[in-house]
Design a protein. Structure first.
Length: 263
C-alpha cells in the first residue's frame, strides 16, 4: 500500500562497484532515511550482487541484479518496483550533497500538498574545478535542454509516471529531458540549495555531443523546429570545445570567480 510522502531512491549501476558504495554510503548517512533504496544492477562482473548478498544491508535497501536494455530500461525497472509516493534517481557515483537532503525534500512536500515535483542546485566538476550550479526550471527555456535542471535533483511524485508514462527507451541519454518535456505544466518548486553532487564521469558528461543531439531531437518531437534551439545548440558545442582548451579553462576559472557559472 502506497504511503504519503514516502521517498524511494533508485540507483542504477553497471560495473562500477566503488561508485555504488559511495552512493549507498550517501543514502545511509541521511538524517532521515528513505522509505526504500532500490538498486537496479545490470553489471556483468557480479561485484555489486556479491556485496549485496553477502553483507548486511539496511532494511530499506532492495535490489534487482539482472541485465537490462540500457539506462531508461533500468530507470523504469526501479520505478515499477518503487512503492513510495516520491521517486528520485540517484545513479551509482552520485551522492546526496549533505545529510539533510531527504529531510529537506520531505518537509517541502509536507508543506506543499499540491506539489508534484521539485528540483534544486547541484555540485559538479567542470573546468577542472568543483562548482555549484542550477537554476529554476522555466518551460519557455526548454530549448536549453537540461541546462538548469539535473535529474538527480528531481524528486517526482510517482503518480506523474502513471499519467505521463515511464522514461523513453528510444533515448540513450536524454530520457530525463524527454520526461521533463512531458511534465512541463505540473506544479513544482525549486530549492535554492544543492541537493546532490554529480559524478564527474556520468554518461551525459562522457557523451556530451550525443546528449545534445538527442536533446535537439526530443525538443523538435514535442515543439517543432526552433531558431533559439539551433542557436543554443551551437553555443553549447562551441563552449564544449572551448572549455577543453587552455584558454577556455582560464576563462571558466575567471567566470567562477565572478560567480557567473550559472550563465
Amino acid at each position: 500500500m502506497e504511503q504519503l510522502n514516502t521517498i524511494s531512491v533508485i540507483t542504477i549501476c553497471f560495473n562500477n562497484f566503488h561508485d555504488f558504495i559511495n552512493t549507498c554510503h550517501s543514502v545511509d548517512m541521511q538524517f532521515q532515511h528513505p522509505y526504500e533504496h532500490i538498486i537496479i544492477d545490470g553489471s556483468t562482473d557480479n561485484l555489486i550482487k556479491y556485496h549485496l548478498q553477502n553483507h548486511i544491508q539496511p532494511s530499506y535497501r532492495k535490489w534487482i541484479c539482472e541485465s537490462d536494455d540500457g539506462i531508461a530500461d533500468a530507470f523504469n525497472k526501479g520505478i515499477k518496483k518503487a512503492t513510495g509516493e516520491i521517486v528520485v534517481m540517484l545513479n551509482a557515483g552520485d551522492t546526496f550533497y549533505d545529510k539533510n537532503t531527504i529531510s529537506i525534500v520531505s518537509q517541502t512536500f509536507d508543506n506543499n500538498p499540491s506539489l508534484q515535483w521539485l528540483h534544486g542546485k547541484y555540485k559538479l566538476f567542470r573546468g577542472n574545478r568543483w562548482v555549484i550550479i542550477g537554476k529554476q526550471f522555466e518551460k519557455k527555456k526548454l530549448y536549453r535542454g537540461m541546462r538548469s535542471v539535473c535529474h538527480q535533483t528531481m524528486f517526482v511524485k510517482k503518480s506523474l509516471h502513471e499519467v505521463y508514462g515511464l522514461y523513453s527507451t528510444s533515448e540513450k541519454i536524454a530520457m530525463d529531458y524527454d520526461f521533463l518535456c512531458r511534465i512541463l505544466n505540473e506544479h513544482f518548486i525549486f530549492l535554492q540549495k544543492p541537493l546532490v553532487s554529480f559524478a564527474p564521469d556520468g554518461t551525459s558528461s562522457n557523451n556530451y555531443l550525443q546528449s545534445l543531439k538527442e536533446t535537439q531531437r526530443v525538443y523538435v518531437k514535442y515543439f517543432g523546429e526552433s531558431f533559439l534551439l539551433n542557436l543554443w545548440q551551437f553555443r553549447l558545442k562551441l563552449l564544449y570545445h572551448l572549455i577543453k582548451s587552455p584558454v577556455g579553462n582560464l576563462l571558466y576559472k575567471m567566470k567562477t570567480k565572478l560567480k557567473l557559472e550559472n550563465l
